[in-house]
Write a protein that binds this ligand. Structure first.
Ligand SMILES: [Zn+2]
Length: 98
């Protein structure tokens, strides 16, 4: 898509993509009804969550890294976004079921 062409052509391109994107049907965030980003074809997407809670971070006296693999287990997460986004182009790609 280029902006050196007329605005009409650009508008038609956006209309074409709009038909491929369904932002009204709610979908399970773990099993969406699409297999890739409809805009760029990327294979990863993200949803926004809010985390809250208090966690302990472990240290070692000898300065080595301590085991902290479970440091987020005590946090509660809440979905705050209504949409999932492409990790590459950041566009909204589907609506998330509450
Ligand atoms: Zn994308």
């Amino acid at each position: 898509m280029t902006r050196t062409r007329s605005g009409i052509i650009i508008f038609e391109m956006e209309g074409f993509w709009m038909n491929k994107i369904d932002l009204t049907t709610v979908q399970d965030v773990t099993e969406p009804n699409i297999t890739e980003c409809p805009y760029c074809g990327h294979d990863e997407y993200y949803a926004n969550y809010r985390y809250s809670g208090i966690g302990a971070y472990r240290y070692r006296f000898d300065g080595e890294d301590a085991e902290n693999g479970d440091m987020y287990d005590c946090l509660k997460d809440t979905t705050v976004g209504k949409f999932a986004y492409c990790c590459n182009c950041k566009k909204r790609i589907f609506k998330i079921k509450d």
